[in-house]
Write a protein that binds this ligand. Sequence first.
Ligand code: ACO
Length: 328
Amino acid sequence: MAVEILSVGAYTPKNRVTNDALADIYKVDTSDEWIMSHTGIGSRYIASEKETCTSIAFEASKIAIEKAGIKANDLDCVIFASSTPDYKTFPASSSILQELLGAENAGAFDLNQGCTGFIYGLEVGRSLIVGGMKKVLVVGAEKLTSHLNWEDRNTCVLFGDGAGAVILTESVSDDSKIIDSFLRSEGSGAECLKVHKGGSKYPLIAGQVVDDHSFIYMDGRNVYNFAVRAVADVVRILMEKHNLSEDDLKYIVPHQANKRIIQAAAKRLGLNFNKFFLNIEEFANTSAATVPIALNEMDEKGLLVKGDLILTVGFGAGLAYGGNLLRW
Ligand code: ACO
């Protein structure tokens, strides 16, 4: 059985913060020149205190449900890909979202695989449909800015908030479908990208002060090297497996952590950089939300025509990586 993406929706908070504003308002010791030249990031959206990861996911999911022409109670499952859920341990954000949506016939679970979460979610959602479910919501959502140390310029300039969602269903024709997925993990690099404290390994202790270990930490150089290799491997492996040339692919939609990672991977693959759809300049790195936000933008701009071949690529914490080959 083939499974297709029936609709896509996205939402970003209203507060768009430019690099200059980050330096001025958030008092980050940085500059637009440094951030643009080292990452390609020009701005990011920052959620308000009232907004939660789940409320951001809710906005994107509502749009995807409406575009699909279905009702929330048609959903059989809600898959919530995120590394910044509302609560650290439980309840699962997927259950909160299921209730907000009124998806009373749906099961729900969280999927925590960093920036690769949505890529994993698409494949898991596809499997659930093959297993007999009719409609599955996969949402990638993040409120990363609530986990940043605004005094750590190595990380705080890189991330933003947002959400993107899709509805999966059985394909009505062979023209649209998730053709294949490639999923991998390299746990040897797990310590390169983490929030050290607050899990069961380094639990919170009453009265202990919040310090650098309470926020996102990244060994940028190592993650950068891994990311270039991961993007190149995923694209090469899926293209070779399906005997695809560059011309066969309409777009490669990568996770967007740094424009230079994509440029380096494109060079390594010998592919035209224009094959990669990028919107990092506006959104920065929104982790699990990046790929569905990009798919939504492409859909809204009419860049995708039914039958187009698209390749998604994700990489990040874990260190996990992977991709999906889609016929739109
Ligand atoms: N503004 C100004 N200067 C800065 C900033 C900043 N925001 N950040 C770092 N610098 C300085 C450093 O202090 C350093 O100065 P020094 O030489 O005086 O010590 C200098 O700039 C160079 O720093 P590098 O770390 O060498 O900079 P680099 O060019 O390697 O870029 C970056 C750093 C952007 C973090 C890069 O390593 C990167 O993109 N890494 C990968 C990120 C990634 O892929 N994340 C993915 C996953 S995220 C997830 O899964 C949740």
